[in-house]
Ligand binder design. Structure first.
Ligand code: URA
Length: 259
């Protein structure tokens, strides 16, 4: 069988992901097309609201909302975030990490917060977990480098500044920055959201539940279908969970092909 160059690269990306999943031997000489075995997508289920999250000071939140609402394009939003003075994390960060990828992408990926490498480079997901994220996306034919919106992704985080010692984001920090993130989503207008890790899921789905409970079903954020997926940093620590992440990637791929 001869492959077109793009088919060859897709096959290689899928193989790399299968190796990540721990597949180290072939069990059949015939390929099984899992994409053809489409299961009925799970119904959109609204996220359960379990408990209110901690509030940011009202005046700072109101200022963030006012600034975000006034941004009519991505450049304005980037400048508004960079200049926002309400969040102390900005003072300890080397760079504001705004986004990477193609703003025309169908899929917008939302992670947690920059780590050390991201803080240095000013780009999201470029360290070890970012490399795994790139492999996960490549396995379903997506890339932050792609020019065609069908294959492209756009990547951002809940927080644009690195928390000290990579501690978890505080709820008051994420709620304070939420108006900027919501405006970011409105300006990108993706067809799908991929919520990576607990903080982005909890903030955007208004829940205290974690990805373990939220994954495997479709959610909605501002009318946009959203899939919950384990954070690649967690997958690096718990590789057995890659199997579930693969199922979630396939769920997204199937829905993208449907619409
Ligand atoms: N983890 C994230 O959630 N985002 C990054 O940009 C890097 C690591």
């Amino acid at each position: 069988m001869s492959l077109e160059p793009h088919e060859y690269h897709e096959a290689l990306a899928q193989l790399a992901w299968q190796v990540e999943l721990g597949a180290d031997e072939a069990i059949s000489s015939v390929a099984v097309d899992r994409y053809a075995e489409k299961t009925k997508p799970a119904a959109v289920k609204p996220a359960e609201v379990v408990a209110p999250v901690a509030e940011a000071p009202a005046d700072v939140s109101a200022e963030a909302a006012r600034l975000a609402a006034g941004c009519s394009d991505l450049d304005a939003l980037r400048a508004a975030v960079e200049n926002f003075d309400g969040c102390d994390l900005r003072r300890g960060a080397r760079n504001t990490v705004f986004a990477d990828g193609n703003p025309a992408a169908r899929v917008m990926v939302i992670g947690e917060a920059p780590g050390k490498e991201e803080d240095r480079a000013g780009k999201p997901f470029i360290g070890a977990s970012g490399q795994l994220l790139d492999k996960m996306l490549a396995a379903i034919g997506l890339s932050r480098m792609a020019e065609d919106r069908e294959q492209a992704v756009y990547i951002t985080n809940v927080l644009p500044w690195r928390p000290p010692q990579n501690r978890d984001p505080l709820p008051e920090e994420t709620t304070m920055m939420k108006p900027f993130l919501m405006r970011h989503i409105e300006l990108i207008k993706p067809d799908f959201l991929m919520l990576v890790g607990n903080p982005s899921n909890q903030l955007l789905l208004d829940t205290e539940q974690g990805v373990t409970r939220l994954r495997g079903q479709w959610h909605e954020v501002a009318g946009i279908p959203a899939v919950s997926i384990f954070h690649p940093a967690y997958l690096l620590r718990a590789p057995a969970q890659k199997r579930l992440a693969w199922a979630d990637l396939l769920m997204l791929k199937a829905k993208m092909e449907e619409s």
